[in-house]
Design a protein around this ligand. Sequence first.
Ligand SMILES: [Zn+2]
Length: 190
Amino acid sequence: MIHGLSPTRKSGAAIEADLETTAPPAQALPFRIGHGYDIHRLERGRPGGKLILAGVTVSEELAPIAHSDGDVILHAIVDAMLGALGMGDIGEIFGDSDPKWKDAASKIFVDDIYEKVRQAGYRLANADVSLLLERPKILPHKPEMVNNLKRLFGPSAAVNIKAGTNEQCDAVGRGEAVVAHAVVLLSAVN
Ligand SMILES: [Zn+2]
C-alpha cells in the first residue's frame, strides 16, 4: 500500500477538524497550571509609603512605585491564576489607569480572580512563589505571609514562599526593584 493514497487516510484539514471536536473543553481538564511574574521599582523614604508583600508590611522605608499597593506576590499569583484559566493578564482586567484601583489593596484582585477560578469549577491546589529583593530580610515575615495566602485560598491550599536576594545583580540586586514569580496549580472540584 502506498501511503497517502489509502482511501481511509484523512486530509490535514479533516484531522484538524477532528482535533477541534475531540479536544476536551477547558473545564474538563482535571488540572490547570499557570505562571505569573511581577516587578515594581522601589523608592526610599516616600512619605506614607510602605512595602507590602503577600499582604504584610515588611518595610516603611521602601515603597513600590505602583498604581495599586504594588504587592508583587499577590500580583504574580493573580497572573498565574489568570494564566491557568486562559484569561489573559492582570493589566487587562485591573487597568493601571483606572482610578478605581488607585492604591487598592491587592487582596481585592486576588478575591475577584479566585472567584472566577471557583466559577470555572476549580480550586487552588497549590501555589509556589519566588520572591527576589535585597532588603529587608523576609524570613521573619514569612509565617504571616503564608498565613495570609492560606486565608485567601482556604486551609486546603498548599502555599510556599521562597525568598532570596538577586546576588547584587541588576536593578533587584541594587535594591531598586522587587520581583515575584508564582506558579499555581488549579484542581477541578469533584
Ligand atoms: Zn504589580
